[in-house]
Ligand binder design. Structure first.
Ligand code: 5GP
Ligand code: ZN
Length: 115
């Protein structure tokens, strides 16, 4: 837990968010500024800054992010219509929160680049 990290604080329950999924390894909550009808952030409970700091020991939790994405896609009824999973890394990708997260975006047609 990193006390100055907004996602760590959401996971710890000390910052507000609409949490829609939680297990020992992963938490998921609604994006504060959604760009589509479904826009969920799926995050490891462990504070990992970005893909740049992922380690071999993180592979299980990183894989689990995708399993949770699939479960939530089914829950939100977008598994057949389709969805996009995005991981932004660093300034050129526009990463703004430095706690690894998978964006699950769906419920509308998404152009190739999401601004
Ligand atoms: P990034 O650009 O780093 O990939 O995405 C970070 C995302 O986190 C943004 O889409 C932003 O809307 C979302 N976000 C930032 N702060 C908060 C917050 O306090 N609560 C929630 N629910 N989402 C947040
Ligand atoms: Zn964190």
């Amino acid at each position: 837990m990193k006390t100055d990290c907004i996602f760590c604080r959401i996971i710890a329950g000390t910052a507000p968010a609409e949490i829609i999924y939680k297990d020992e390894q992963v938490s998921a909550f609604l994006n504060l500024n959604p760009i589509a009808p479904v826009h969920v952030l799926i995050v490891p409970v462990k504070h990992i800054e970005s893909v740049n700091t992922c380690e071999v020991g993180d592979e299980a939790v990183i894989g689990h992010l995708f399993t949770v994405a699939r479960l939530l896609a089914v829950r939100y009824g977008i598994d057949q219509s389709g969805y996009r999973l995005i991981v932004n890394t660093g300034p050129d990708a526009g990463q703004s929160v430095f706690h690894l997260h998978l964006h699950l975006i769906g419920g509308r047609r998404i152009s190739f680049l999401v601004e």
